[in-house]
Write a new protein. Sequence first.
Length: 256
Amino acid sequence: MLRRGFAIGLIFQISLLFLLSSIARAQQSLASSQSQPSQTPSKGLKATAPGPATQPKVTKLPDVSITATRITMPLSKIGVTTSVVTNQQIQDQKIQQTSDALREVPGVVVTQSGGPGTITDVSIRGSSGAEVLTLLDGVEVNTGGSGDFDYANLTTDNASRIEVVRGAGGSLYGSSAIGGVVNQIGQEGTGPTKFSLLSDGGSWASQRQVGTVNGANGDLGYSGAVSYFSTNGFQPYAGADNLSLTSRLDWHLTDD
């Protein structure tokens, strides 16, 4: 199991490096073909002494939520108890699994039947797993049979925020949201293309590799992450493997 996991992780990491380098070369080639050097001579330029540096005014925006009312509103103006786990909190605490992030939210109980990869249920304020609606970027992912969702393999890769509405959400989302709603929202691609690669390991032959991409090309914003995790587990036959891929595309119709 150890050699197999190491080989898969090494192949995964080499493939990520090759993919990221190919995309970077394509971006550089496109940028160089579009850029044209300016040949306009400068005339009548006058040297001026630089003025004192001014510090830009920083405006702190209020925390907002879109899940509670289906429109963006500040948390202070929402009549439903809502909590937000931000990307900054996820990065600071090195949270890898969505279920671990939900453990930080008051009123949310996460039940896991064993080690990594085992069935993981989420309940809000004593409700059952089938009464908690799970959304990924606003898309329902609860199973059609039992009505619940297994959080065992859901990671925080490429997540910008996790919004949790505690309380009845049936009026907006139906009977599957009686206990509450969990909505994991992906990061929006902005600016030039950026890549990142993370690799770590630990006890029981545990290893994890994550590759991410984020950027925008005109009105199109894109972001995504691919990750692989494997471990032998702390008990015999308790090993787990998880290959995860997440992505988000945004097309801006206006400049706002």
